[in-house]
Write a protein of this length. Structure first.
Length: 336
């Protein structure tokens, strides 16, 4: 996907032929100058995030270059990536050449299966019990993810991820149905007033029933281009990270000591629970990134987003998946 040279033109006087289209609708022709009118759904959204949602597949660097090169204007004025949009603003987007790509085909069966996994819904929020093995959004070689499939399944123009969980992690995923709900929930995440609880199966048996793992995390990239995270107390780029864990059960599986652990991340870093547990010697079963010598024989990451405590909502839970629950000894009591 490449963008054309900057288009500099006289200010447009909107009339019946040149009136801007609603930003709620998909852009139909990227090879011409497009004018998008901000609706209540995008009110107070950053300009760069607004563009990333409408120029999907275009590298971020290209989008920022378009802003710097005056190929993007708001109300016929120069703008910056961090500018906040207001309702009825008009965003001008210069022509871009999009790599042609067919719209992914999402089967009716798959869409129906996702809808059946909705565990909570109101006018502003939808919470899905995401299955393991499905990314939350398309990109990086994936035609689509949960959010694209849910938009297709529900026919709703506005559905946005409130947060993300790893592709191989199952469990609760918050999706906003209204811009106002997105802003409120994301502010709760910033203020750390939403508590997420995860259940996982980890190798070994921690000595302590409860402990806090306080270890800074640093993101890095392998030679293959894959992203990884490690504990690094020396690098100034490492971010402060804490996870509280509670051991609910200790047992043996295939002659290996295993523990059922509840993990409560106090910060929201990439792969935080996985790296923290591996750091203290209790890596999660089935983790092909941070437990490469796993001998448990399980074929999935045994990490499940189990419970959400959100201010103003009743507690939302998703039961432990059958493939993880099957590994527990009969009669094991699960946390409530």
């Amino acid at each position: 996907m490449t963008n054309d040279a900057p288009v500099h033109e006289a200010p447009v006087i909107f009339n019946s032929k040149t009136r801007p289209q609603s930003a709620d609708d998909e852009i139909g022709n990227f090879e011409k100058v497009n004018y998008l009118e901000v609706t209540r759904h995008q009110h107070d959204q950053r300009l760069d995030n607004f563009l990333l949602n409408r120029l999907k597949g275009l590298p971020k660097s290209h989008i920022y270059k378009m802003i710097r090169s005056d190929e993007i204007r708001v109300n016929n004025k120069r703008c910056k990536a961090h500018d906040r949009l207001q309702r009825e603003d008009v965003v001008r987007i210069a022509p871009v050449q999009l790599a042609t790509r067919e719209k992914p085909i999402i089967s009716a069966e798959f869409a129906k299966s996702l809808l059946s996994r909705v565990v909570y819904e109101d006018e502003g929020l939808l919470v899905l019990n995401k299955p393991s093995g499905i990314a939350v959004h398309g990109g990086s070689g994936l035609d689509f993810g949960v959010i694209e499939a849910m938009r297709e399944a529900t026919g709703k123009k506005y559905l946005e991820l409130v947060h993300r969980i790893d592709k191989d992690t199952s469990g609760l995923l918050m999706i906003s149905k209204k811009r106002s709900a997105l802003k409120t929930l994301q502010q709760h995440l910033v203020d750390k007033t939403i508590q997420k609880h995860y259940l996982c199966l980890a190798k070994g048996q921690p000595v302590l029933n409860e402990q806090r793992i306080d270890a800074p995390l640093l993101r890095y990239t392998l030679a293959s281009g894959e992203r990884r995270v490690k504990v690094d107390a020396q690098d100034p780029q490492a971010k402060e990270s804490q996870t509280d864990i509670v051991v609910h059960s200790r047992f043996m599986h295939l002659n290996q000591a295993i523990s059922l652990i509840e993990a409560k991340p106090l910060t929201g870093r990439t792969h935080q629970i996985r790296v923290h547990l591996a750091h203290i010697g209790h890596a999660i079963l089935g983790d092909d990134k941070y437990h490469v010598h796993d001998k448990s024989g399980v074929h999935r990451l045994c990490l499940h987003a189990w419970r959400l405590d959100i201010p103003g909502y009743e507690t939302i839970t998703a039961p432990l998946p059958e493939d993880i629950a099957a590994l527990l000894p009969k009669g094991t009591e699960l946390p409530k």
